[in-house]
Design a protein around this ligand. Structure first.
Ligand code: G3P
Ligand code: CA
Length: 243
């Protein structure tokens, strides 16, 4: 079955990586949500995509230079006037607490944003929160930093890891198996039906990103990809229903 993941929540219609966006994706019926995590100055996992605050919030500079308390008071509603003042940067803890209390057991893909800045200890801190909220079976950890995913597996082998990549990996399903990962998250443009078939034969799940185009969604449902990430989970759900 092809599962639909709301990318940064429902980033096409709500301020990305905010509670408003995650709640919208789940309200629409997405099978999972995707979010991005960095560490604050005081080593707390916070949910935001970029290394810097400038694009999505009313702050500026590096996330790592602010305390969690300073970060949660920033407005993350940029691009969406109607949510001004209502969409702050969430702590990962807040998202996981909400997920653990939800009646719907949606999946949470936590992308560790440690491919530009290393964030020593990020894996351990994220895993500790996942375990605290007993979400081991509902969480997928992913990263473009594949060593980080190997470290995450060493720290907690029960939690699924996924390798993100944009291009240039020979036989990614074999590479993932060697790294102990259960899945690959490739850039959509690099994905062919053959990759999905060969990955399935190697027991590796494939979930491409970021799929906003109707034709590509149709294709992935037809190829029976294990899932995909989209900024428009509502549209993906309608297409899935129509097939
Ligand atoms: O996890 C899939 C996708 O989110 C990876 O790319 O840049 O949107 O974080 P990016
Ligand atoms: Ca991401």
């Amino acid at each position: 079955m092809t599962l639909i993941f709301g990318h940064r929540g429902s980033a096409g219609t709500r301020p990305e990586n905010t509670m408003i966006s995650f709640k919208e994706a789940v309200r629409l019926g997405a099978d999972g949500i995707e979010l991005d995590v960095h560490l604050s100055k005081d080593q707390i996992p916070v949910v935001i995509h970029d290394e810097t605050l400038d694009r999505t919030t009313n702050g500026s500079g590096f996330v790592k230079d602010y305390s969690a308390d300073e970060l949660v008071h920033l407005d993350a509603s940029w691009k969406f006037d109607e949510y001004r003042g209502e969409a702050n940067i969430p702590l990962l803890e807040e998202v996981l607490k909400w997920a653990s209390e939800s009646a719907v057991p949606f999946i949470i893909n936590i992308e560790l944003k440690n491919n530009v800045i290393e964030y020593s200890g990020l894996e351990e801190k994220v895993i500790s929160l996942v375990k605290h909220f007993e979400l081991d079976d509902r969480v997928i950890l992913s990263s473009f930093n594949h060593s980080s995913m190997v470290l995450a597996l060493k720290t907690e082998p029960k939690i699924e890891t996924a390798l993100l990549y944009t291009d240039g990996i020979y036989k990614p399903y074999e590479y993932a198996r060697r790294a102990g990962a259960r899945s690959i998250h490739p850039l959509m443009r690099t994905v062919k039906n053959e990759l999905i078939d060969l990955s399935r034969e190697n027991s590796i799940s494939v979930r491409p990103f970021t799929v906003n185009d109707d034709k590509e969604m149709h294709m992935l449902f037809e190829w029976e990809s294990d899932g995909f990430f989209t900024d428009y989970p509502g549209k993906a759900i309608e297409i899935k229903k129509s097939i």
